[in-house]
Design a protein around this ligand. Structure first.
Ligand code: SF4
Length: 157
């Protein structure tokens, strides 16, 4: 028998917007192991920002994870290699994965997921943070999803 699937709601649960502003605490870039996956555009943008040939950038700052590449982190602290004095030293050229945080699909699944994300990021639901409109949130989330599709590539050696 054909399964009946409920149509998606007209409005997302965050239709009234969500409160977020980065405080610059640096926690999302340090403290625990994680991946910062790059798209091809991210890799070239970062190489240019650092004034390095793409092959040197790849060798010095990335490592392969299955069929994707991730930025390296520091061996003991797990800090992002670009975190300097608790600040992102490549902020202008930062990868799309960082750029679109916290508007990742799994954080936006439902209010519980959003609350869980807030446990690791003080900017989420911060009382002084502005309410980010739903349209901006959805645009950012689409950008995050697009970026996922662009992470399967290989760089020249
Ligand atoms: S954990 Fe949140 S508030 Fe802290 S630097 Fe990361 S995004 Fe900003």
């Amino acid at each position: 028998m054909e399964k009946i699937v409920a149509p998606p709601p007209d409005k997302p649960w965050f239709a009234e917007g969500l409160r977020f502003q980065c405080t610059g605490c640096g926690k999302c870039c340090s403290g625990s192991p994680g991946y910062v996956f790059l798209s091809e555009a991210d890799a070239y943008r970062l190489a240019e920002h650092l004034n390095l040939p793409i092959s040197t950038f790849q060798e010095q700052y990335t490592y392969p994870v299955d069929d994707r590449i991730s930025l390296i982190d520091l061996p003991e602290s797990h800090d992002c290699v670009f975190l300097k004095d608790h600040k992102c030293s490549i902020y202008e050229a930062r990868p799309s994965q960082c750029r679109t945080f916290p508007w990742w699909i799994h954080n936006l699944q439902d209010p519980t997921a959003w609350k869980e994300a807030a446990e690791h990021c003080e900017g989420i639901n911060h009382p002084d943070a502005p309410v980010v409109p739903s349209l901006v949130i959805q645009t950012q989330c689409l950008s995050y999803l697009d970026n996922l599709l662009e992470q399967n590539f290989s760089l020249p050696r």
